[in-house]
Design a protein around this ligand. Structure first.
Ligand SMILES: [Zn+2]
Length: 332
């Protein structure tokens, strides 16, 4: 390599590392793209025989579009609050005075205030109604789009830091912990160690209460997520906590494999448990919507036809997503 080329190369590498260093403090990805895709994909296998054929045929779509709601966060105003709820902003546990139903919650807190705190459990129920309607209308394309979307929101409700205002450790000097828990650990351990063979979906008699129970579990676990990492960081020096690793041909600074392993160990399987619970919940919501719609015969649906406006929307989300990629994101 000539001197000129080599100096251009090293400047480029230097610049890239600087950009990525700057971005490690901020960007986090809801359950990570990897985990969202896995959850929607594995949920298919919990469905009853009447549903599994249709869902299996479209499992690639359900996995690919599991992350559409995260892409929308950067393109659609008002999307963000659908992914989280700051439970600590409502006071202290057990949070049993928060209305489970949206209308009652709006009456009590006002819509603006709820949008500031996040609305994920109520939004999951809104999506359940949409999915039920899609099944009633025998609208194959809408069933798929809504199934992919609701899978995302349900999964977000299972993430402890989506139920806590200190969602990226910003109040406790733990910047980056959001992605550490929900991206780094699943990406590292799910392919080799997590077990996603999970019984069957069940009909949810009270879906609103079901999703609230998951949110309360998330809120209760947030403290452990933060405190265990804080304690670990006090006994493991910084140079062992971070490492430069190549990812998709790019060198990035991230939590080291060693530190990821240690954090996973002290969490005692929490990430795997929440992923498994997410898979079970997603399948159960899909199943519940289908039952409530009168169990339509999915093998006799018209073929799936996505409209031009669907394609335009996906193109535009992808464009915006790529354009925003280098800026860093703050996912909550
Ligand atoms: Zn999300």
């Amino acid at each position: 390599m000539s001197d000129v080329l080599s100096s251009i190369f090293s400047m480029k590498t230097f610049f890239l590392i600087i950009v990525l260093l700057a971005s490690t403090a901020g960007p986090t990805y809801c359950w990570g793209f990897y985990a969202h895709r896995q959850i929607n994909y594995y949920a298919v296998f919990l469905l009853p025989p009447e549903m599994i054929g249709f869902y299996k045929k479209h499992s690639g779509f359900l996995a690919d579009h599991a992350v559409d709601p995260d892409k929308r966060r950067y393109a659609v105003a008002g999307e963000g609050p659908k992914h989280y709820i700051d439970m600590d902003s409502f006071g202290e546990e057990p949070y049993d005075s928060i209305p489970v139903y949206w209308d009652a919650a709006v009456k009590r807190y006002g819509e603006d205030s709820l949008m500031k705190r996040g609305i994920v459990p109520w939004w999951v129920n809104r999506m359940l109604l949409r999915l039920t309607r899609a099944f009633r209308d025998r609208d194959a394309a809408y069933i798929l789009k809504t199934s992919a979307d609701i899978g995302h929101y349900i999964s977000d409700a299972h993430v402890p830091l989506h139920a806590c205002s200190n969602h990226n450790g910003q109040h406790t000097n733990q910047h980056g912990i959001h992605g550490f828990w929900e991206s780094r650990i699943p990406e590292r351990f799910a392919p080799v160690a997590f077990d996603f063979v999970i019984g069957r979906a069940r009909y949810l008699e009270r879906p609103q209460h079901f999703i609230w129970a998951r949110v309360l579990e998330s809120a209760a676990a947030a403290d452990t997520v933060l405190k265990t990492e804080k304690s670990l960081s006090q006994i493991i020096p910084e140079d062992a906590r971070y490492a430069f690793e190549e990812r998709n041909g790019v060198v990035i600074r991230q939590y080291s494999s060693f530190y990821t392993q240690k954090y996973h160990e002290v969490l005692d399987g929490m990430v795997e448990r929440r992923m498994r619970q997410s898979i079970y919940a997603v399948a159960s919501f899909w199943y519940t919507a289908w039952v409530d719609a009168g169990q339509p015969d999915l093998d006799r649906l018209d073929s799936v036809v996505f409209t031009d406006s669907d394609r335009l929307e996906w193109d535009s989300l992808n464009r915006q997503w790529k354009a925003d990629e280098i800026k860093g994101r703050d996912c909550h």
